[in-house]
Design a protein around this ligand. Structure first.
Ligand code: ASP
Length: 448
């Protein structure tokens, strides 16, 4: 059996829902359907989730919510009427209107309750639609499905014990339509994953029911070897490994939610990315091994918004506990670091800039200086991390030199090079302004 997830743009209106219906009906193994909230119908449109956030904000500010409620309800009404449905809509209307009568008062709880209702209502509607078209389906709330999560509003994490309950869904004799994006805490509260989290639900259900495949339907034909908006006729990736995908999505590939692969990876369930608007296209398969293992580099990604903090001290390498002291300071400041390449007497901390404010940065510098008695400390903002990714690199000589030669030809200065122990990726820190040029140069070097 397969778990099949459809993203917001695949479910944005009645026209899209008809495509989804034929995809589901084309394969009887598609037994678990995970749905997003209705997404954008065109570039200017607003996602239902964003409308719900606006609704929650108005509610929290004790403002009039009637207009925004009506806008949200209208999205479902339009779809329901175009598909001649009648049962789910009254329930959806009541659900959306009743959100403002919640007993919750804290922002995180209110936000999660409101945000989750986009997927929740759409699952009700889609279950009705499938049943009306000769594919008997049931709507299953995450509580009933057993999607038990840690109580971390807006950033939920699945609990290990959830999988045993989810497994019971295998016995259903109808298609299960499950809303993505949220789970239930031990106290029975709704808690959402981070944005885009319906991908995570799909992966959890796939792992729970031990599906043969997790299909993720979106609006692109495949994952591309680099940003297709940057590279005309960019090569599509047909197959890649979980590790390669993880590296690419960390470095800026945004087709799939960052955390979505973890459950599928642990349960060894292959994932395929497909296009609702072109289901015949083979898509991209992600699994533990790939058959084209001779391909050295599979993708090139770039991500901006990093800051580097360079620390240097004579005889640093001889000082016991130096690294430990750095980590202690970072922990005190509640900062996550992404990389920490080091030399003999120097070390660079690379972290996401969004974590720092000007004051925090100033305090951090003082503290590091105080704790470590440094000779030099230098902060640099606006750094991009460029990654070249591929399992094949492990057994191939000269990848780094090819990459650095390509970057040098384009006069791109390297702030740092980092090859992880896994040898699945090589990362280059460069000036943010040169990110696009660097990706193009590397694409040219490895794909053309
Ligand atoms: N609707 C949610 C969002 O926009 C979750 C999702 O679509 O995956 O973030």
């Amino acid at each position: 059996m397969k778990v099949t997830k459809f993203g917001g743009s695949s479910l944005a209106d009645a026209k899209q829902l008809k495509k989804v219906l034929s995809i589901i009906q084309a394969d009887p193994e598609r037994r678990f359907i995970i749905v997003s909230a209705p997404g954008k119908r065109n570039k200017e449109d607003i996602k239902v989730t964003d409308l719900l956030i606006e609704y929650a904000e108005k509610f929290l500010a004790s403002q009039d919510t009637s207009m925004i409620e009506a806008t949200i309800i209208e999205r479902y009404t339009e779809i329901s009427e175009a598909l001649n449905l009648s049962t789910a809509l009254p329930e959806i209307r009541a659900y959306i209107s009743n959100l403002k009568h919640t007993k919750h008062t804290t922002k995180p709880r209110v936000m999660d309750l409101f945000k989750s209702s986009g997927e929740n209502c759409h699952a009700m509607l889609i279950a009705e639609f499938l049943s009306s078209q000769g594919s008997p389906a049931v709507y299953i709330h995450p509580k009933e499905a057993g999607i038990l999560v840690e109580d971390m509003p807006g950033d939920a994490l699945i609990k290990k014990e959830a999988y045993d309950t989810i497994r019971q869904l295998r016995h259903l004799d109808k298609i299960a339509v499950i809303p993505g994006f949220f789970g239930i805490t031990d106290e029975g509260e709704i808690c959402t994953f981070s944005r885009g989290g319906s991908d995570v639900t799909g992966s959890i259900i796939a792992a729970g029911v031990k599906a043969s495949l997790y299909e993720n339907f979106t609006d692109v034909d495949a994952i591309y070897a680099a940003n297709p908006n940057l590279i005309p006729n960019c090569q599509a990736i047909t197959e890649l490994t979980f590790r390669e995908m993880r590296e690419l999505s960390y470095s800026g590939f945004s087709v799939l939610h960052d955390e979505a692969l973890i459950p599928a990876f642990h349960a060894n369930i292959p994932v395929v990315i497909k296009n609702t608007n072109n289901p015949e296209a083979p898509g991209t398969k992600i699994s533990s091994t790939r058959s084209h293992s001779n391909q050295t580099v599979i993708g090139i990604a770039g991500d901006s918004g990093f800051t580097s903090i360079y620390l240097s001290k004579y005889l640093m390498n001889r000082e016991l506990g130096f690294g430990f002291k750095i980590l202690k300071v970072l922990k005190q400041f509640n900062l996550q670091y992404d990389h920490m390449p080091s030399g003999i007497d120097d070390i660079t901390i690379i972290l996401r800039k969004e974590q720092l404010t000007e004051e925090l940065e100033a305090e951090l510098i003082v503290k590091l200086q105080e704790e470590l008695a440094l000779d030099e400390i230098k902060v640099k903002h606006d750094i991009s991390m460029i990654a070249i990714v591929g399992e094949g690199m492990r057994n191939s000589i000269g990848v780094a030199s090819r990459a650095t030669a390509a970057l040098a030809t384009h006069k791109i200065n390297l702030e740092m090079i980092n090859q992880g122990a896994s040898e699945v990726s090589i990362l280059f820190a460069i000036d943010e302004n040169q990110e696009d040029e660097a990706v193009k140069a590397l694409y040219q070097a490895f794909f053309n």
